[in-house]
Write a protein that binds this ligand. Structure first.
Ligand code: NAP
Length: 305
């Protein structure tokens, strides 16, 4: 079968591997083994975050692997309570320290939501409405050499435009968002391509609560049979063929290996899958708006401020 791009080139000129190992919900004791298995299988891109609480174990597994730092692509994310410009560098340093490295390849604003440090989930309306001060500090981190690329996550078009309306020194290199059979977001994908913004597909298998359903979708199963690949490979290949980076998470060595094997789907098969994904109302698996008691849906275009 024909192959798909192994990398995409970012505005900085850096080449980001198209398939990464996701590290969310990979428990202590599991995540290090998963990273080791992934590096052995050929992954060079690890997607992590401060809030996953496992960067130290990820870092240990990376150091144990013996790979040179420049052979790997490491992503982390700035969490909501550290958006204040005076907190950004310390948050970054914390992740760098846990990972045991002196730079990240990519650092993302994890959510377009800023919380104050005091109290639980107390919205910082000013920094949420205008993320430019946070972004400026991230640009400074690029200039200091602590981060090679900066980006965003969970930003819809309105939030992106709200950020990019500012005089940015560096445009967001990627937007990491939920993209799956259940939530394919074709409009966002089209818009992002038109604006040279690479999307990264998180929860590509539907996350742990919907992975079974994803792999049982009749179109996915039929294509898998026809092409002689697994249902997970159909869905992951589709994500890369859509022009996105894909971040499947697994702590199971055989699945980790399986998920890295992506193949170019015949155009008819690709179109069928795209149509099937768009044929039902979109459904997210990840939306913390209620849990965070925001009082609005963070994915809506209209915010109360
Ligand atoms: N930016 C954000 O806000 C955000 C939000 C969500 C996720 N993410 C990123 O995206 C990554 C992936 O998303 P996700 O963790 O939600 O879910 P996912 O990758 O869609 O699904 C993970 C689930 O699928 C199972 N699985 C993996 N490969 C499989 C295979 N080949 N066959 C059968 N089952 C398989 C895993 O089980 P086992 O692990 O037990 O094998 C796990 O239960 C995260 O780890 C994180 O890095 C980012």
């Amino acid at each position: 079968m024909a192959s798909l791009p192994s990398h995409y080139t970012l505005p900085s000129g850096d080449r980001i591997p198209s398939v990464a190992l996701g590290c969310w919900k990979a428990s202590p004791g599991e995540v290090g083994l998963a990273v080791s298995a992934a590096l052995k299988a050929g992954y060079r891109h690890i997607d992590g975050a401060y809030v996953y609480g496992n960067e130290e174990e990820v870092g240990k597994a990376i150091r144990k692997s013996g790979f040179r730092r420049e052979e790997l692509w490491l992503t982390s994310k700035l969490t909501n309570i550290f958006h204040a410009p005076e907190d950004v560098e310390a948050a970054l340093d914390y992740s760098l320290g846990k990972l045991g490295t002196d730079y990240l390849d990519l650092y993302l604003i994890h959510w377009p939501i800023a919380f104050k440090k005091e109290g639980e989930n107390v919205l910082d309306i000013e920094l949420t409405a205008n993320p430019y001060p946070t972004w400026k500090k991230l640009e400074e981190m690029v200039d200091k050499g602590k981060v090679r690329n900066i980006g965003i996550s969970n930003f819809n078009i309105a939030r992106i435009q709200n950020l990019t309306a500012n005089p940015l020194k560096y445009q967001p290199a990627v937007n990491q968002v939920e993209l799956s059979f259940w939530n394919p977001q074709p409009e966002l994908l089209k818009w992002a391509k038109e604006h040279n913004l690479l999307l990264e597909a998180y929860s590509p298998l539907g996350s742990n609560n919907q992975v079974k359903e994803t792999l049982s979708v009749p179109e996915v199963k039929t294509l898998a049979k026809e092409l002689g690949i697994t249902p997970a490979q159909v869905v992951i290949s589709w994500a890369v063929q859509r022009g996105t980076v894909v971040l499947p998470k697994s702590v199971t060595p055989s699945r980790i290996q399986e998920n890295l094997q992506v193949f170019k789907l015949p155009q008819g098969a690709f179109d069928k899958l795209e149509a099937a994904a768009a044929a039902h109302p979109p459904k997210r698996v990840v939306n913390p708006s209620e849990r965070w008691e925001l009082g609005f849906d963070l994915f809506d275009n209209d915010w109360p401020f």
